[in-house]
Design a protein. Structure first.
Length: 75
């Protein structure tokens, strides 16, 4: 199952260049984006309309899966 972020003000699924930002691990999304609303990706979004959050340009320095790479975060 894939999960997506919902905008606080718009109430819409967050997108980048027209693609819904998704990730297959809800816990990782909750860690990276605390206090943000995360929902299962609606069925009407096809694979061709999504982009995994790890492919977003601002996430290039984050190594996935997070559980195997905790050293990248400050404690």
């Amino acid at each position: 199952m894939k999960y997506c972020l919902v905008g606080r003000v718009s109430g819409e699924i967050l997108t980048y260049q027209g693609y819904a930002l998704v990730h297959d691990n809800k816990s990782e999304l909750e860690y990276l984006f605390p206090n943000e609303r995360i929902i299962p990706l609606p069925r009407y979004y096809g694979e061709d309309l999504t982009m995994d959050i790890r492919n977003h340009p601002d996430m290039t320095n984050v190594k996935f899966p997070l559980a195997d790479n905790w050293g990248q975060f400050r404690r």
